[in-house]
Design a protein around this ligand. Structure first.
Ligand code: NAD
Length: 308
């Protein structure tokens, strides 16, 4: 048993809430909490503050949370937490980095097939009564080269799935790539420009950092084959959306699928209006399984840290 008060500020899967309660924690579940309440004096009662993506844990919230020991994000990126301000107050910041790896990889595979076979367009036209079979000549994934930019948890998961689809893998990562994964999949490891020049599909799985911001700019997009497809399920900032718009419009690349955008929800109407662009509303981690896993992983970490 462990004691402490937990404030949950966004909707999270019930499994983690139940296990924190079972361990003896008092849990206040307030998935609709407003910023004003987060900076009010009541926040100092909590030992743990848990968020998903909606709530922003700013320096002001951290200052108000005078007794907080842990700030937890039920997910991967810590974009909505002022980590530096938390660490300055010796508050532990935790996340669940591997919980969504399979979900995001499966979405990326789904987007690749959607692009290659124009599934969204076929569906939309079919429902309008248009039988556009002749316009829908597609390409197969089997035998094609898949370039994986960022070969971490998600990059490796998509690599294994793509192998099962008989694709050939090319990878780029400035940091060492897991050796077992390379020998298991036969991935060719190369520099980013060679990857872009050689791939039929390019999928991005890098974190948002100053180095990755606009890593897909006009110059990089121009290196891709005109028949190639780009998929981004990582973070919107890594693609210069204006450059992508030009590349798609002028046939520099064949198509793109985005789950993430520079501004979310996206305001770039020009880009969204292109027929060779597919978009989903940041649903990479949005599966029952990934949410349940993230919630239980965070609950376990919280209980362990409070036990000391
Ligand atoms: P990870 O840390 O396991 O892997 C990231 C990889 O990128 C690492 O191998 C790292 O070495 C590499 N990398 C770092 N800088 C790079 C650079 N400049 N160029 C190329 N590679 C670089 O992370 P992950 O769990 O695989 O997540 C990858 C991305 O997916 C993150 O941006 C994460 O925020 C995002 N994500 C999105 C969703 C969604 O809902 N769409 C869900 C979960 C994660």
């Amino acid at each position: 048993q462990v004691s402490g008060k937990v404030l949950i500020c966004d909707s999270i899967d019930q499994a983690g809430i139940d296990s924190m309660k079972r361990a003896g924690l008092t849990v206040d579940y307030k998935p609709e909490i407003k910023p004003a309440e987060l900076t009010s004096s009541s926040v100092k009662d909590y030992d743990v503050i848990i968020v998903r993506s909606r709530t922003k844990i700013t320096k002001e919230v951290i200052d108000a949370a005078a007794n907080a020991k842990i700030i937890a994000r039920v997910g991967v990126g810590l974009d909505n937490v002022d980590v530096r301000a938390a660490e300055a107050k010796k508050i532990r910041v935790i996340n669940a980095p591997e919980a969504a790896s399979v979900a995001v990889a499966e979405l990326a595979i789904g987007l690749m097939i959607s692009l290659a076979r124009s599934i969204p367009r076929a569906d939309a036209e079919g429902k309008r009564g248009n039988w556009i079979k002749k316009e829908l000549m597609g390409t197969q994934l089997s035998g094609k080269y898949l370039g994986i930019v960022g070969v971490g948890n998600i990059g490796r998961n998509i690599g294994r799935m793509a192998k099962a689809l008989r694709m050939n893998l090319i990878g780029y990562d400035p940091y060492p790539i897991n050796r077992e994964f390379i020998s298991e999949t036969g991935m060719i490891v190369t520099d980013l420009n060679t990857l872009l020049e050689s791939s039929d599909f390019v999928t991005c799985h890098v974190p948002a950092t100053p180095e990755t911001r606009h890593m897909f700019n006009a110059e990089r997009l121009a290196k891709m084959k005109p028949t190639a497809y780009l998929v981004n399920t990582s973070r919107g900032e890594i693609i210069d959306e204006n450059a992508l718009y030009e590349a798609l419009k002028n046939g520099k690349i064949a198509g793109a699928a985005l789950d993430v955008f520079e501004i979310e929800p996206p305001t770039n109407k020009q880009l969204l209006s292109l027929p060779n662009l597919i978009c989903t509303p940041h649903i990479g981690a949005q599966t029952k399984e990934a949410q349940e896993l993230a919630s239980t992983v965070i609950a376990e970490k919280v209980i362990q840290i409070l036990r000391g």
